[in-house]
Design a protein around this ligand. Structure first.
Ligand SMILES: C[S@@+](CC[C@H](N)C(=O)[O-])C[C@H]1O[C@@H](n2cnc3c(N)ncnc32)[C@H](O)[C@@H]1O
Length: 271
């Protein structure tokens, strides 16, 4: 009988998820995720553009990652995984980035939406189906690997394996930029924002304590962490854009990042 999953909530994942690290459990999770995203692919972008504050957060996150990628040339090989509906790579094409971009995702439904949108916009982006745990690339071949909004889908016992696979395909000196859900913000909001606890229960995800991130990256050099998606910033931006920009810049380098929705991590594979 096919599994029907309407939202990430139905996956019933949480930081305290009981899912372990056996191959069968991972296989079960993989099929659920494929089902979820195949099922939601056609409405995925629409659902995420209805809400102004979500829209603002995506713009901020994409522009922060664009800056972190730094200079690229036509020869740069950039893998975005999971590419989803291709939003981030198309954003980069809109910024006139002209390097080679390949988007990998496990969901054929999401890839079809991405390929269609790229065709309509005449963006030269390659898409291919693949699994984060077994990337379809040889060792030491990729210059830049971006992985946005994926780790929260997997209990933390899988994170070292995912990071090792990313490390394998990157060239020495290649960079990884990824995004993790911030548990500290979850806790701060529970204390400070009325109703937050209830909202969080409606959308369970795997959160991470920012202070526990460093050991995960012990095989990497130059790890940096910044925040993105501070609550209320979208509203402030509408009233006082200059103030919003100032607060946003505080998320980059000060303690303010601990109140941000997500943490963007940049790390380099040692030469
Ligand atoms: C929350 S979406 C994020 C997509 C995209 N990065 C974005 O920001 O819009 C998560 C994506 O992870 C993909 N995914 C889930 N498990 C995967 C796996 N094992 N390998 C590759 N992609 C996977 C899903 O198909 C889905 O497109």
């Amino acid at each position: 009988m096919p599994i029907t999953i309407e939202s990430e909530h139905d996956l019933n994942l949480d930081a305290n998820s009981s899912i372990g690290s056996s191959p069968q459990e991972l296989e079960g999770l993989r099929s659920k995720l494929i089902n979820l995203y195949d099922h939601n692919a056609n409405r995925y972008d629409n659902d995420r553009s209805l809400n102004n504050s979500l829209h603002y957060y995506f713009d901020q996150a994409h522009s922060a990652v664009d800056l972190l990628i730094g200079p690229t040339t036509k020869a740069t090989l950039h893998l975005d995984m999971p590419v989803g509906t291709g939003r981030f790579l198309m954003y980069l094409r809109e910024q006139d980035r002209n390097h080679r971009m390949i988007g990998i995702d496990i969901s054929k439904g999401m890839l079809d939406v991405a390929a269609r949108a790229s065709r309509i916009n005449k963006y030269d982006i390659e898409y291919s189906q693949g699994d984060a745990f077994n990337l379809p690339f040889a060792d030491n071949t990729v210059d830049v690997l971006t992985s946005l909004r994926m780790f929260h889908l997997f209990p933390t016992c899988y994170w070292p394996g995912l990071l090792d696979e990313m490390h394998r395909v990157l060239k020495p000196g290649g960079i990884l930029i990824t995004e993790l859900r911030n548990a500290a913000r979850g806790t701060a909001c529970q204390l400070l924002v009325p109703g937050f606890r209830k909202r969080r229960k409606q959308h369970p995800h795997v959160f991470v304590n920012p202070l526990s991130i460093k050991p995960l990256f012990r095989r990497w050099d130059d790890m940096q962490m910044q925040g993105v998606g501070l609550d209320a910033l979208a509203k402030i931006h509408r009233i006082a854009p200059v103030l919003a920009r100032g607060v946003d810049s505080l998320q980059r380098s000060t303690f303010v990042r601990y109140f941000s929705k997500t943490l963007i991590i940049k790390a380099t594979k040692p030469v």
